[in-house]
Design a protein around this ligand. Structure first.
Ligand code: KG4
Ligand code: ZN
Length: 332
């Protein structure tokens, strides 16, 4: 067997490995989440994350290879997230990838985590239309881009303060709902009513986003109303977020009329966002490209897909690359 990429992702609190073939089919995807490790602290503790990656990485890589019935001899390259993310966490994945690449005599490809999320559209369908509009909503990012082709992006707008996942996590922490906040707020929102009139920041302002004022509005409301109904707070917060995200998607579809719109990143696991985004796509007769719920949050399959695209276009990376915690997308 040949034409396989082994991919490794350790940018935050998931230790993940996957095997992806040259037709971009995922042969295996293993994700070990550290949620239980960080939950008592209400957020990711960087030093604990690095140590845990170190303990898990060998087993997770071995599991991914076994599940794909592959060995080092079958690999064309090893792809690994080079940034953005936590420096110590990234370092573990990169060191593992380089060591394996050296041992097996294959090139190593450094992959931008954001390109990984954008490439996760291939986990939705293989014949991805270009150009397409893409909303990337995660714990670290919130941006609207247009992808002309793999590796070629235009930025339409991004958050001027918090990412949306960060806002979810901070609101959840304030409400004592634990970490990560997205899934629990989402579930609660389904049972509450959007009746608190929270602001929809920057709704009328082009393509940029802002979530810090909304988060403060929630905190102020809760402080002033000790008898608050938590499900209604969740429903009102989530509705405000969704209105903003969907307004920006709608604006882009109106302006560019793309045949498809992608919604990617951890918050794309939200059933509420999935429904709302589908409704906007339907309004315009566009296809919604959204990874399966389990592959919206961090995983290595998306890094394998982006890795193949980069490897095919540019070959292996200079093996001297290191972690780039603040790596950004390059826009054309
Ligand atoms: O993409 P991701 O796994 O990591 C980053 O690259 O940041 O995104 C993690 C974020 C967290 O903020 C988490 O609260 C959010 O995704 N998230 C969700 C859901 N599942 C995860 N947000 C809303 N609804 C969900 N079901
Ligand atoms: Zn991510």
């Amino acid at each position: 067997m040949s034409g396989l990429i082994l991919a490794i992702e350790t940018s935050c609190d998931e230790t993940a490995a996957a095997v992806v073939d040259d037709a971009l089919a995922v042969r295996s995807s293993v994700v070990a989440s550290q949620i239980d490790l960080h939950a008592p602290f209400g957020g990711v503790v960087p030093e604990l994350a690095s140590r845990s990656h170190l303990e898990l990485i060998t087993t997770i890589v071995a599991e991914a290879l076994t599940e794909a019935d592959a060995s080092g001899a079958d690999l064309s390259a090893i792809a690994v997230t080079s940034g953005p993310g936590l420096v110590g966490a990234l370092l573990v994945g990169i060191a593992a990838a380089k060591a394996l690449a050296l041992g097996w005599g294959v090139p190593v490809v450094g992959v931008n985590h954001l390109e990984g999320h954008l490439a996760s559209v291939y986990l939705a369908r293989r014949d991805v239309p270009f150009p397409h509009t893409a909303l990337l909503v995660s714990g670290g990012h919130c941006m609207l881009t247009r992808t002309a082709r793999p590796g070629s992006y235009t930025l339409l707008g991004e958050t001027v303060d918090d990412s949306i996942g960060e806002a979810y996590d901070k609101v959840a922490r304030y409400l004592g709902l634990g970490y990560p906040g997205g899934p629990v707020l989402d579930r609660l929102a389904e049972t509450g009513v959007d009746n608190l009139g929270f602001p929809r920041p920057m709704l009328q302002d082009g393509y940029d986003f802002s979530f810090s004022g909304l988060k403060t509005a929630v905190v102020n409301y809760v402080r002033q109303h000790p008898d608050f109904v938590v499900a209604d707070v969740a429903a009102s917060f989530v509705a405000a977020c969704m209105d903003v995200l969907c307004t920006k998607i709608r604006r882009a579809l109106e302006e560019f009329g793309d045949e498809a719109v992608a919604v990617v990143g951890g918050v794309a696991a939200s059933p509420i966002l999935r429904r709302r985004a589908q409704a906007v796509a339907d309004e315009f007769g566009s296809a919604l490209l959204i990874p399966p719920q389990s592959l919206a949050t961090d995983n290595a399959a998306m890094i394998g897909i982006a890795g193949w695209q980069k490897f095919t276009a540019l070959g292996g990376s200079d093996p001297r690359f290191g972690p780039e915690p603040d790596l950004r997308l390059v826009y054309s």
